[in-house]
Design a protein. Sequence first.
Length: 86
Amino acid sequence: HKGTGSCSCAKQNVGEWDEELFRDSECTLTGHTAAVNSVAFSLDGEWIVSGSDDKLVKLWDARTGEEVRTLTGHWGSVASVAFSPD
């Protein structure tokens, strides 16, 4: 089951994020079935990753809000997610 969403929080300039702009932006990603504990944005602004109490990690396209992939197999809640700079 792929999640859907709409996302207008990505900026055009790669790697630049404006905290004020993001705070006022609307970004709704639908797909997790439990509380989301952590969200991270890739440095290039292309991707969003989320970790949840539903034991899933989801990768999202930051421009469209579409779910790209779901990572399964976690034994418990996913407390933290991050992108590696390389």
